[in-house]
Design a protein around this ligand. Sequence first.
Ligand code: SF4
Ligand code: SF4
Length: 419
Amino acid sequence: MIKRSFLGLAKPRLQYNLVPDPIQDLPVPGRVTLLLKEPQNGGRATTLKVGDAVKTGQRLAASPDSAEYVISSVTGTVSAMAPYIDAYGQKYTAITIDASGQDDWDDEFNKTPTLDTALRFFEYTPGSPSFKAFADPEKTIRTIVINGMDDDLLLTANQCVVQNEAADIKNGVDILKKMTGVERVVIAVPESLVQQASATGAELKTVRGTYPNSLPHMIMKDVLGQMVEAGDTPEDEGVVFVTAEAVAALGAAFRAGQLPVSKVVTVVGKGGSTRNVRARIGTPLRDVLQACNVSVSERDRLVLGGPMRGIATYSDELPLEPGTGGIVVQDEADSAQTTDYPCINCGECIRICPVKIPVNMLVRFLEARLYEEAAAMYDLHCCIECGLCSYVCVSRIPIFQYIKLGKYELSLIETAEAE
Ligand code: SF4
Ligand code: SF4
């Protein structure tokens, strides 16, 4: 049973940006870095090595039998392979490729719209779609929801794709149905994109432009009328979410016969200015920011994602990844600073929480690293990760970060117990 019902938002009512900026195409960078979700020297013999020549669209894996892969976004030569660990401890191999400047396209992509093709080529494409649920015998997927909204404030990359690439989304809908066998495909968009979305052939649903209505759990409740039980995912309820960008990329790939290797991202500069650019996956963030005339000074905050749900990162040399919807640069003076002040029980976080979690109690247990108790007694797993509690916290406790860390630590405990 879901423990907490969605009772709607209190204050403040934060509005999404519903006016997409036009897309500016960036040139092919001199170097890209692709993050392969497999640790270097993870016990497997690695067939890919420094000095290898690679083509644009080529599937790169540590070994032929490895399920994890990346798609090369340039033609060039592998110049480095190094370990990389992300903010939550996930281990990767960072594959750096020096680009030749000319695209020589790989032809392994066979253009047969099967689930095997989706799993083999499209899990490292714009929007980071996942097709694993369709191949899971324990899951019965009946509905695919194309999310035509962006998942954070200020970002419009995904809406921009709906506005400009409805024909590719339509083709992507047909391909999705063939690949998965799922007949019901819904597209969820704001009122402003109804005209474009109605041309995609998907069942049209509108989403209110108030944050956090674009998050999957909210769409499940408001649009599909389905509740996701605590600790479950929409997939457990038979629903898979994909972004409009992922579906457009699928449609374009089968139209053009080439795998998608570029990503649309919203760049939010200091002061809140926004721009949408399309860059090769793996482009250093620094290159993207320079193209948008956004400078990063010492002590500025660099965030991957949006202002509510993004993750601050430490280097502008990190690459643009397939799932990166936004890059936000905040001046130090404008950045909300966190503190280690104690909770004063003002209740603001509970009033704003769309799930009405007793956040004031939850955060006490998370601060004390009592993750299992936080889940059992204070509904950690009911959190839909909107970040509103952190936004309103008068003590400036980094609640959202505690929640993300708590869920991650709990997943490690549960995995260890299962093993
Ligand atoms: S992030 Fe905070 S406000 Fe949002 S659902 Fe989770 S606990 Fe509630
Ligand atoms: S908003 Fe912050 S200070 Fe107020 S009750 Fe919630 S955690 Fe405590």
